[in-house]
Design a protein around this ligand. Structure first.
Ligand code: SAM
Length: 325
């Protein structure tokens, strides 16, 4: 096995896979109320095709995969894909990013299939506000999903809160308290100015950190598990952690270790750049694992050094749910 790295000597060991562009929520920063027009089934990679890409990636040194979407749990028999990925030599960490609505139902079977851990997106603990942000009345399902995931042993469950000034930033301390009271691992995320989120104001991580001091001193700590961009802290005696993901105020591109596989089989070197390399056509024309591997190397080599969001350079192509957030 050889290690994969990009032109800036960043090791690449992580593949995020979007398994569907469908979603059962319509978050205001992600989708219009009517949703987006979803791709026909024939355009979407089959589980066998996803497995073939993951196998070729593992040959090159990718050892972590995360399933995302859209909402990954709306794709039928996701646990079967988890199982297929768990059988690939070299893949030792399979995780999932979900809105949690269907998690209670699937947590145990996902765990059994080989899923290691889960991140749940949750931006508010207030029912009316949840309805406003997600355009759906499913807060109870998400909370039950978080509980179900923890009971199924999908630990650590990390809660991702996109913090938007004037919309939910008054709940920062409520979420932080849960790291002490419930052992939650909460990550505060700055919203990126994709189309729907362009007018939403982010709260810089440094300001959130300052506000958290109202609850007590914070000590830096290591991530419980993971390989992402968050910086972690803990309140004394808390079993959970708070983390900060700050793509805008303190970008972390120099540590980027990932490639993304879109729902329709494009390999995307950077979330925030429109460049993509098509894998679906070669796969469907019978490309060998070595040829797929070559395309994966090409994608790694073309990773840009960093995003240019603050210079106004935004991805114009497709929405987050197709790319895989
Ligand atoms: N449906 C799944 C979920 O909700 O976790 C997975 C897909 S969703 C696109 C993945 C993550 O992207 C969620 O945590 C969501 O909050 C985040 N997200 C979507 N749009 C965003 C934006 N403009 N800025 C920052 N995060 C965003």
């Amino acid at each position: 096995m050889t290690g994969l790295s990009d032109s800036f000597q960043r090791p690449i060991n992580y593949l995020r896979i979007s398994v569907t562009d469908r979603c059962n929520l319509r978050c205001i920063y992600c989708m219009p109320p009517e949703g987006i027009s979803v791709l026909p089934r024939s355009e979407i990679l089959s589980y066998e095709e996803i497995q073939a890409v993951a196998k070729a990636a593992a040959e090159l040194g990718i050892n972590k995969v995360r399933l995302t979407g859209g909402e990954p749990l709306v794709r039928l028999e996701l646990a079967h894909l988890v199982y297929m990925l768990s059988q690939i030599e070299g893949i030792d960490d399979i995780s999932l990013t979900t809105n949690g609505v269907l998690l209670k139902q699937y947590a145990a079977s996902l765990r059994q299939a080989g899923l290691g851990r889960v991140n749940v997106s949750l931006d508010t603990l207030k029912r009316e506000r949840f309805k406003h942000i997600t355009r759906s009345d499913k807060l109870g399902d998400v909370l039950a999903g978080i509980k179900g995931a923890r009971e199924a042993g999908l630990e650590p469950v990390k809660i991702n809160m996109v913090v938007i000034r004037g919309i939910n930033d008054d709940e920062i301390l409520d979420f932080a308290r849960l790291t002490r009271d419930q052992g939650w691992h909460v990550r505060f995320i700055e919203p990126m100015p994709f189309a729907k989120a362009a007018s939403l104001e982010f709260v810089p991580a440094a300001e959130i950190q300052e506000r958290l001091l109202g609850l007590g001193p914070l000590e830096p700590c290591h991530p419980t598990q993971g390989n992402g961009p968050a910086r972690y802290f803990r309140f004394p005696a808390a079993s959970g952690t708070v983390g900060f993901i700050s793509p805008l105020s303190e970008h972390f591109c120099f540590n980027c270790n990932r490639l993304r596989l879109t729902v329709d089989g494009e390999l995307r070197p950077c979330l925030l750049s429109d460049e993509e390399i098509d894998l679906k056509k070669p796969l469907r024309e019978g490309a060998s694992p070595e040829e797929v591997g070559q395309l994966i190397r090409q994608a790694a080599a073309s990773k840009p050094e960093r995003h240019r969001l603050l210079d106004g350079v935004l991805p114009k192509g497709r929405p987050m749910c197709q790319v895989g957030g």
